[in-house]
Ligand binder design. Sequence first.
Ligand code: HEC
Length: 122
Amino acid sequence: MNWLLRGSAVPVVGALLFASLPSAALATDTPEQVTLMASSCANCHGTDGRLAGSIPALAGKPASELETKLLAFKHDEEVAATIMDRIAKGFSDAELAALASHFAAIDPAGEAALATTPGQQE
Ligand code: HEC
């Protein structure tokens, strides 16, 4: 019952908690971190933001346009939002700017787009 309170377990648990704390690094520090952050958008916007369907593609759109939209979603200024208003609130303004630059820099007709040309679909 009181094994947790015995002296030896406390420093171990404390060390584990400390080790699992997020580091001070920002999600926008390196391109790799931004790519990781952007991978959560692929569920809906397709690999590298190249999906062209009812959900708008992101790849290759001007960064300023994407950033303006993301900020409008975040601050409830975009009335047509169904889900992006909630998603955008999970990111800082700097992270949204980094995501906008990330997707703007992707060629919309790159390799991933070739893999989904109409002839190769069912
Ligand atoms: C759950 C599905 C989903 C996820 C995940 C998602 N989006 Fe969206 N996104 C949408 C939908 C749906 C719209 C259309 C607006 C709406 O209905 O909210 C949209 C619209 C947008 C737009 C506006 C594009 C335009 O041209 O109008 C941007 C920019 C955007 N999303 C960026 C992102 C980014 C960046 C992420 C990752 C952080 C992300 N989205 C994750 C579903 C999603």
